[in-house]
Design a protein around this ligand. Structure first.
Ligand code: FES
Length: 126
């Protein structure tokens, strides 16, 4: 019996939903096992697509491939380019907020009275 993992695309281990760290492989498995009727049901796969919204068109594309009978739905996009485009999307889309803990959410505002660390004048050499 052959190892089914050998059939996976090389990019399957990359995160498709960066907000919730959902890999392309997990979305593909969800599609295969759950056979959802609507692309939006992919949110049941670890919350994919419910953060900033960037990955939704890609999830929809994988869903469409699954509906068309593609055995290993995937998207053809370099992982670094995918993340770079997402960063640009987050910059351009005011309502697109990644969830806390996603690693790229805005840092929390400083709390008044808490130590903010050394001032820049204290760090720079004279
Ligand atoms: S990358 Fe999937 S919701 Fe943000």
């Amino acid at each position: 019996m052959s190892d089914p993992n050998q059939l996976l695309h090389v990019h399957d281990e990359e995160e498709l939903c960066v907000c919730f760290h959902v890999k392309r492989r997990q979305i593909a498995k969800f599609l295969r096992l759950e056979n959802p009727r609507h692309a939006s049901q992919c949110s049941e796969c670890y919350g994919a697509g419910t953060g900033c919204g960037w990955c939704i068109p890609f999830i929809e594309k994988m869903f469409e491939q699954h509906q068309a009978g593609v055995e290993h739905p995937d998207i053809e996009l370099d992982p670094q380019e995918y993340r770079a485009r997402r960063k640009d999307y987050l910059r351009r889309t005011p309502g697109a907020k990644p969830p806390p803990g996603s690693g790229d959410a805005d840092p929390p505002p400083p709390v008044p009275g808490e130590d903010d660390g050394p001032l820049i004048d204290e760090i720079l050499p004279e």
